[in-house]
Ligand binder design. Structure first.
Ligand code: SAJ
Length: 406
């Protein structure tokens, strides 16, 4: 492997494409594989189909120099990486069908000495399952391949930098596999590489996101308690965080994105007896979004009773977190949709996207003048930094501590 520069990356999504492009810019010859012809065509034109700062220029560069080529089928290579989605099936059960079909797609190309690495977030034991699948189909390759798991841990919006600089946890199915995988990542990762076994590496990824989910749930639970007690939760948290060993996260509209609201269920579903705090954290963070919707509905009702007309409600923010244009699995979007389906007179502001299929997007200035109730759903800097004039006549419900104390 060490002299073989060829890599196949199966899955050209939010992780696979940036990783493929980074490897291609560091002297590796990469074939990116995606089942969608349109994705393959877009990339081969040097363009991208996802939103991520700095990715477009990098992909354009490596495609023009010929070190990244996209294809709908794998080709023969020295290293195979799998970065396909692991969605849910049924009630929060992890579905590893795409990891399995990606693995099956490379099996005919495998030869002794090849390195096979799974990066997709996966339930514990997946790497060993894929090893068994490969060895079942190609028994002659038993003990001839290097097989490992290495999760990515990049933050959407900062992927290119973090792919290169974050530490990586690398777990092989045996010590030689771990060593081979370490040698491979050392070719393009500047962060430290930490060796372990496959199961620990799989669990490590799930634990990282569960840790964050539990800590956000703590903050969200505090915000519900504070609402009852008449205390500003952001002031409270800022003060508590002055303690040298306390670092509480921020309450908000709920937890969105593709990772933190998903990965903890992989632990809960496999360890239902033990994973109690992890399950409750998920439930609290999901409930927080419903609570926000109820709060807004109540406020609108009170307005109607007082003024004899339905209020104009402005929803500020649709993205799943501050200062990005990513609306995937966004609690703010869920709130806006729920208000719209209630027939509310709704104005929506999302400064990070040019347009939206379901909502006509407005300027901040416009809604500030015309709305009766302002609800802040995402703590975008654009809202934080806006010069909000004192307006006695307007109600402001700030669910993320962006503009004024509740
Ligand atoms: N959130 C809060 N309060 C906070 C922090 C976040 O409500 O104090 C909310 C955000 O608004 C958002 C959600 O949580 O809706 C998740 O945002 P995030 O910035 O915490 O995380 P993601 O989903 O963008 O990325 C996470 C990262 N994991 C960790 O920080 C442990 C990233 O490193 C992972 O690579 C990524 O998940 C992934 O792909 O698993």
């Amino acid at each position: 492997m060490s002299k073989d520069n060829s890599v196949v990356m199966v899955g050209l999504g939010y992780i696979g494409l940036p990783t493929a492009a980074l490897m291609a810019s560091r002297g590796l010859q990469v074939t990116g594989v995606d089942i969608q012809q349109s994705v393959v065509d877009t990339i081969n034109k040097g363009k991208i189909h996802i939103v991520e700062p700095d990715l477009s220029g990098l992909v354009h560069h490596v495609v023009s120099q010929g070190t990244l080529v996209a294809n709908t089928q794998p080709v023969s290579a020295g290293t195979y990486l799998i970065a396909v989605p692991t969605p849910f099936k049924g009630e929060h059960q992890p579905d590893i069908r795409y990891v399995e079909s990606a693995t099956r797609s490379v099996i005919p190309h495998l030869k002794p000495g090849d390195l096979f690495i799974i990066e997709s977030t996966s339930p514990v034991g997946t790497t060993e399952k894929m090893q068994a699948l490969i060895e079942g189909e190609r028994p002659e390759l038993k003990d001839e391949l290097y097989i490992a798991y290495c999760p990515e841990r990049v933050l959407p919006g900062n992927v290119i930098y973090e792919l290169e600089h974050n530490d990586r946890v690398i777990g092989g199915v045996n010590a030689t596999s771990t060593a081979k995988a370490l040698e491979f990542y050392a070719r393009f990762v500047k962060g430290e590489l930490h060796a372990t076994n496959a199961k620990t590496a799989e669990m490590c990824k799930l634990v990282e996101n569960s840790y964050r989910d539990v800590n956000i749930a703590f903050a969200n639970e505090l915000s519900l308690i504070c609402d009852e007690a008449g205390i500003n939760p952001w002031e409270l948290i800022a003060l508590a965080n002055k303690h040298p060993r306390v670092n509480i996260l921020q309450p908000g509209t709920g937890v969105g994105g593709h990772c933190i609201a998903v990965d903890p269920w992989f632990i809960v579903s496999d360890f239902p007896q033990q994973a109690n705090i992890i399950r409750q954290a998920r439930e609290i963070n999901n409930y927080k979004t419903l609570w926000v919707i109820e709060k807004i509905k109540n406020e609108a009702l009170q307005f109607e009773q007082k003024h004899g007309r339905v209020p104009v409600v402005a929803a500020l923010g649709l993205a799943f977190k501050p200062n990005i244009d990513d609306l995937r699995e966004s609690p703010a979007l869920e709130v806006a949709r729920a208000l719209k389906s209630e027939g509310m007179n709704l104005l929506v502001v999302e400064p990070h996207v040019p347009s939206h299929a379901e909502f006509e997007l407005r300027e901040l200035e416009d809604v500030r003048e015309n709305a009766d109730i302002l609800v802040v759903l995402v703590a975008h800097n654009a809202f934080r930094q806006y010069n909000w004039p004192a307006q006695e006549d307007k109600r402001v419900l700030d669910f993320c501590g962006a503009i004024k104390p509740n």
